[in-house]
Design a protein around this ligand. Structure first.
Ligand code: SAM
Length: 335
């Protein structure tokens, strides 16, 4: 039989079977590390993919070997036709996953149960109500916490994404780990990454090493169990012995994991990005709207994928914020 995903292999032999689709650039939160303070200017509705176009593009990727699709944004759940999109993608032979801020998650509990969507990554940067308000510039802490509890009670396997920012929430590393004592959830500490308009600088980032130092200051070494990471896992995984849940660090800045990258990204306006940090994009939506096949453009885009962080090979390159001004803000890429 023909190798199914031959077309989605890049020059470095990396197989791309994981597509992340941003459904919208809009969000009901205003996280400071994600959205520029002035917000993002939205284009006319016609600029963005319709539900039918999302299905057509996703179907092409599945035919080329994609086995997992994550819906993200902006906040994917605030799209009015979210249910329609999810139902249509559920007909493809693919694992579906969602990244959300959990503010209106309860609205979709029954739908997720019906469609068997179990893989949810939820963002929560602080366990403190006031800090949550400071970072998100919105007051939805209680809603998010009750939705997390609701989905845990319903047996969902939740991953919690916490972006760490120096002087703001690194003192919550231990409280977050303690949260996993009695709750079967997986907390992932994310190194703060540079994007357009997010005022990033190296001093604000809490590194993998610092996270480990803080963890080992609090827990004795024999209690911190290093777990075996799954293939293509972006995280280094741990469990405190005897705790129900687990935690991890995603170290995109100090320890990139490009060698095992299997991801490609589709922005809500239908542009393909072969790396979170690539400013080059391929306009799949324009080709689709002309009625042409998007397959060649997908292959071309993947063939141009660079080995490490879209050419920012060293930490020095990567931390040069000038580079990132040519890329989009995170809210417009889709995390
Ligand atoms: N609205 C959804 C949410 O809040 O999860 C999905 C979109 S959000 C862009 C996806 C993920 O990207 C979130 O977990 C967020 O914390 C992460 N993220 C955004 N900006 C980031 C940055 N500068 N560094 C690291 N992670 C970031």
């Amino acid at each position: 039989m023909m190798e199914q995903n031959l077309e989605l292999v890049d020059r470095f032999g990396r197989k791309h079977n994981y597509l992340r689709i941003s459904l919208t650039e809009r969000c009901n939160l205003r996280c400071t590390y994600c959205m520029p303070p002035e917000g993002v200017e939205l284009g006319p509705k016609s600029q963005y993919m319709t539900a039918d176009e999302i299905l057509k593009i996703a179907s092409e990727f599945v035919a080329m070997g994609v086995t997992k699709i994550r819906l993200t944004g902006g906040e994917p759940l605030i799209r009015k036709d979210f249910e329609k999109i999810l139902r249509s993608l559920a007909n493809l032979n693919v694992e579906l996953a969602i990244t959300s801020n959990a503010v209106i998650l309860d609205k979709y509990l029954e739908l997720f149960k019906e469609l068997g969507v179990e893989n949810l990554n939820l963002s929560l940067d602080s366990l403190d109500q006031e800090k949550f308000g400071n970072i998100t510039r919105r007051n939805y802490f209680d809603k998010v916490m009750s939705n997390i509890q609701l989905f845990l009670d319903e047996g969902f396997k939740l991953k919690i994404n916490a972006v760490l920012i120096k002087g703001f929430n690194e003192n919550e590393i231990v409280p977050f780990i303690e949260w996993t004592k009695d709750k079967d959830l997986h907390v992932r500490f994310i190194e703060f990454m540079p994007f357009d308009g997010n005022s990033w600088n190296m001093d604000k980032m809490v590194s993998l090493q610092e996270i480990k130092d803080i963890t080992f200051q609090h827990y004795s070494e024999d209690k911190v169990v290093r777990l075996i990471d799954k293939p293509n896992d972006t995280a280094k995984n741990y469990r405190i012995e005897g705790y129900k849940g687990t935690f991890a660090v995603i170290s995109s800045v100090t320890n990139p994991f490009c060698d095992s990258c299997n991801r490609i990204r589709l922005t809500s306006d239908g542009k393909l990005k072969n790396c979170l940090f690539s400013s080059g994009e391929s306009d799949l939506l324009a080709v689709l709207r002309k009625g042409d096949s998007i397959r060649d453009l997908i292959c071309e885009n993947l063939a141009s994928k660079l080995k490490v962080r879209s050419g920012k090979n060293t930490l020095e390159d990567f931390t040069n914020t000038e580079w990132h001004k040519t890329n989009r803000s995170m809210v417009r890429i889709g995390g």
